[in-house]
Design a protein around this ligand. Sequence first.
Ligand code: NDP
Length: 253
Amino acid sequence: MTHFSDLQNKSVLVTGGSKGIGKDIALGFAKNQANVIISGRNETSLQDTVQELRKHNPSCYYVQADVTNMEDIEKMFRMAVDYAGRLDILVNNAGLNITKPALDVTEEDWDQVLDTNLKSAFFCSQKAAKYMTENNAGKIINIASQMGFVGYWDRAAYCSSKGGMIQLTKTLAIEWAKYNINVNAVAPTYIKTELTSTMFEDEEFEKDVYQRIPLGKLADPSDVTGAVLYLSSTISKFVTGETIKVDGGWTAL
Ligand code: NDP
């Protein structure tokens, strides 16, 4: 386990922290004795994950909130700050993918992907920054994707949303540097989670993915968590506007 002693007692909000990569990130923070607040829509998953987090740090909480709903975003930050007293770190992790040929993508599909992945990251960051400016300190980490750097079949909306997230990271980093808020992103390659489980039922897809990753295997959620903890720690205090690729070399090809 990666240990960063300066994360102890920091207050962290991880959106989509109930499952998959977000859950691993939340566990990473809890193991470093940070106060963790996770959010998501399904309350049962949130309750189960918070029980696991509390084994490492009792000061962990959840907020049931849909990041595509502005009132829920408002509630999520209010409750997070009520629970933890302050907000030091935001991880914009909640996300989804709709895999469809571009010719079949509907307006509803497009809006769902862009609203969940990109619009939410902007408005959650804006809300977080309002608290962080009061402390003149903060860290915002966006979970983007290698798909923000490259194209791939049937992922027009997803690639657009993640490319947008990388640009958003740079812009907010520049604008909020004066408040001592670092804004960075992590861009993972494929990881087996609920989000990708049906994709890997397609053998051709699986073969193609393995061929494109020089390290020859998929990433693990802990690979993302390591990068997130580094970007959250004071050790990375001079890093801002950066996107760390955790892609086994996919985008280096
Ligand atoms: P999962 O589907 O396993 O988990 C997604 C999480 O986001 C869940 O906690 C889910 O909870 C939450 N979530 C989804 N939609 C919303 C919403 N509208 N409001 C609030 N919470 C929401 O996905 P992963 O762990 O695989 O993905 C996490 C992030 O990592 C995403 O941004 C994804 O794009 C990115 N990523 C994933 C890769 C992969 O291969 N898995 C590769 C590169 C990037 P609930 O459903 O209860 O709301």
